[in-house]
Design a binder for this molecule. Structure first.
Ligand SMILES: *Cc1c(COP(=O)(O)O)cnc(C)c1O
Length: 289
């Protein structure tokens, strides 16, 4: 299932951005979306190599990672269990997880914090259980994300990505270094206080002056929005035909547009935005539109 891949690069016109290209990882798969596909590719390979048949992972009730893991497990003939943060709820994403056969274990926020402990408590006796961290954060995930860079056939002055854990950014930076590109990697943390992202990246790959963190595009924090961001999504999607999710990719495209308006980036510099997918994040915010 991780063999064929469809992730074209599309040139789009928006505002005065003349050289904006989008790596359409959102098209890879409707459920194993974008960077979650990239991450799970080598995570599942490692699980299978270790004869693990049961994926155990963690996420919030609107986690793209949970849906992706559930879909990937069902297609690979593996079992899946998720610890879901907070009290029991129903929503579109958890419905998909259940349909794909994932077992959901709602977990209070206090216990949720210690994931290795939860895994130990419930799965210490299951030699086939495989621990996958929240969001898929791992070395294997960075190797999968580095392949985004290997696929590029043209050069860009700037590459942009949104960051939650920073694993995707770490993989992209690794890919840029391995391919000795002169591209700058711009990272948009979607959480408040996103400077921790550089420590996360440094766990996997040496930091370099290739990266720049933009800390002011979190719009209040993780999964927070403002009317300005919602208006941006509406304008962007109606003019480009590209859907954005309010949690990650909308903040990244907003940043690109804003940095160009402030002339930090010239309107003729070549920009590649990584569309990391996650469109189902719209469902968690339908009331905001
Ligand atoms: C999970 C996710 C991210 C965050 O990726 P990290 O590797 O955790 O930084 C970015 N974009 C989308 C659409 C996601 O679903």
């Amino acid at each position: 299932m991780f063999k064929e891949i469809y992730s074209p690069i599309q040139h789009i016109k928006f505002a005065s951005l003349n050289q904006l290209f989008v790596k359409r990882d959102d098209l890879i798969d409707p459920y194993i979306s974008g960077n979650k596909w990239r991450k799970l590719k080598y995570i599942l390979a490692k699980a299978k190599a270790g004869n693990k048949t049961h994926l155990v992972t963690f996420g919030g009730a609107y986690s793209n990672h949970l849906v992706a893991t559930a879909a990937a497990a069902s297609r690979s003939g593996l079992k899946a269990t998720a610890f879901v943060r907070g009290e029991e709820v129903k929503n579109e994403m958890l419905l998909l997880c259940s349909l794909f056969g994932m077992k959901l274990m709602f977990t209070d926020r206090e216990s949720y914090r210690n994931k290795p402990e939860l895994f130990k408590q419930h799965f210490a006796d299951d030699p086939e259980a495989y621990f996958i961290d929240e969001g898929g954060a791992s070395l294997e995930a960075t190797i999968g994300c580095a392949e985004i860079i290997n696929e590029l056939t043209e050069t860009y002055d700037h590459i942009f990505c949104a960051a939650g854990t920073g694993t995707t950014a770490a993989g992209l930076l690794g890919g840029i270094q391995q391919n000795v590109l002169h591209t700058k990697l711009h990272i948009i943390p979607v959480l408040k206080g996103g400077s921790f992202i550089s420590d996360e990246i440094a766990k996997y790959t040496p930091l370099s002056n290739h990266i720049e963190l933009h800390l002011d595009y979190h719009f209040g924090g993780y999964a927070k929005t403002t009317p300005e961001l919602i208006d941006f999504i509406k304008a962007f999607t109606s003019r480009t035909g590209l859907l954005l999710d309010p949690v990650y990719t909308a903040k990244m495209f907003f940043a690109i547009d804003d940095l160009q308006q402030k002339q930090v980036i010239g309107s003729n510099e070549r920009i590649l935005a990584i569309h990391t997918g996650g469109l189902m994040g719209l469902f968690g915010m339908k009331d905001k539109f």
